[in-house]
Ligand binder design. Structure first.
Ligand SMILES: Nc1ncnc2c1ncn2[C@@H]1O[C@H](COP(=O)(O)OP(=O)(O)OP(=O)(O)O)[C@@H](O)[C@H]1O
Ligand SMILES: [Mg+2]
Length: 351
């Protein structure tokens, strides 16, 4: 694949996949609204922190602070005084009055990253804060009013945590009034190449490298790989290649063994060798109409393979097979791969 020179469409959340276009629109709407709490869900490395910052930057709160608090990184016993501050002498070591992060963020945004790590006591205090926009410093009598937007993020499905009794249901429902889902990289189609291009530009500039192309086989691997670490994993991989490898083309041998192993296994699972595909399906009644059976078998295997390669996107699969969506749907109905009710029920992903 040749990477074309193009202008970055946005310095923040790059991507042209419909799900990313919709996400950018939602971010802008939420940013300009009066909404006081937002919950962002996405697998690790999908861009939750990027989205949280964009909401702040596109809002009229951007002149005040954006405070990023990683709930998993601050020990539980310190978190309360970090967030709410304390009065002098309120506990051993509290030598003076201290303003907490929530107060610092007044007029701005607080980002509660990895929110499910809050312990039950803090969950209760945060719920009160969200409901009243008031809190007390540790050791204080009088509450303080603040005007803060809270953005929480999680990479675990919070509802499961609620069901497991680890997360308060009232806090969950309070947070998820506006819920933003960030899709994993493997579901963003060709955005992976747009991101690749931008990251290569960035790291070529940093490391003086000249990587501008992907070998066709690498392109296939990028499409097939599941990217469990999402955009961060892609970014780190490209940085490493720009730093360590020579030339202008990313080749298969530049990729880590783990990626090669996983994509080889995926390829094996979806590909049917031609000889096997043409083998008539075993079973009674095969003899006598083996040509017909073998053809149907091959057609099914081919469609299934292309659908898997296209992450079950019906439109992309049809395009790759040189068929219209209508013709592909018709073929799948004929081959017994779809039933009439499923065919009208949006499955595969975009029938
Ligand atoms: N759409 C995107 N365009 C450009 N860069 C992106 C995009 N999404 C993520 N990134 C980059 O990928 C990296 C990971 O993003 P980020 O830290 O926001 O992920 P996260 O979902 O918060 O991850 P974690 O769950 O580990 O906290 C960052 O360097 C970020 O700048
Ligand atoms: Mg993050």
């Amino acid at each position: 694949m040749e990477l074309n020179a193009m202008q970055p469409s946005s310095p923040d959340l790059l991507g042209e996949h419909p799900s990313i276009l919709a996400l950018r629109k939602l971010i802008n709407r939420v940013a300009r609204s009066k909404v006081s709490t937002v919950l962002i869900y996405g697998e690790t490395g999908t861009g939750k922190s990027v989205v949280a910052r964009m909401i702040h930057q596109q809002s009229d709160r951007c002149l005040c602070e954006f405070i990023d608090i990683n709930c998993a990184a601050i020990p539980a016993e310190l978190l309360e005084s970090e967030l709410f501050g304390h009065e002098r002498g309120s506990f051993t070591g509290a030598v003076g009055r201290k303003e907490g992060l929530i107060e610092t963020a007044n007029g701005g945004t607080v980002f509660l990253d990895e929110v499910r790590e809050l312990d039950p006591v803090m969950q209760a205090k945060i719920l009160t804060l969200l409901d009243t926009q008031r809190f007390r410093r540790v050791g204080a009598v009088n509450p303080i009013n603040v005007d803060v937007r809270f953005i929480a993020a999680t990479n675990k499905i919070l509802l499961s945590e609620v069901k497991a009794g680890k997360f308060r249901d009232d806090l969950y429902y309070r947070l998820q009034v506006i819920a933003i889902n960030i899709p994993p990289l493997r579901e963003r189609g060709d955005d992976i190449f747009l991101l690749t291009e931008q990251f290569l530009k960035k790291y070529n500039a940093v490391y003086g490298s000249h990587m501008t192309r992907l070998e066709p086989q690498v392109e296939q691997i990028f499409r097939r790989y599941q990217w469990p670490g999402n955009v961060r994993e892609l970014q780190n991989l490209l940085e490493r290649i720009c730093l360590l490898e020579d030339g202008d083309c990313i080749c298969v041998h530049h990729l880590p063994a783990r990626i090669l192993r996983e994509t080889a296994a995926a390829a094996e699972a979806v590909s049917t060798p031609a000889s096997e595909a043409f083998e008539p399906a075993a079973g009674p009644g095969v003899h006598g109409h083996s040509y017909h059976d073998a053809t149907m078998h091959f057609q099914r295997a081919l469609i299934e393979r292309v659908l898997t390669q296209c992450q079950r996107s019906f439109g992309s699969a049809a395009q790759q097979l040189g068929l219209t969506r209508h013709a592909l749907r018709h073929q799948m109905l004929k081959l017994g791969m779809l039933t009439q009710d499923i065919a009208t029920d949006n499955s595969p992903t975009d029938v």
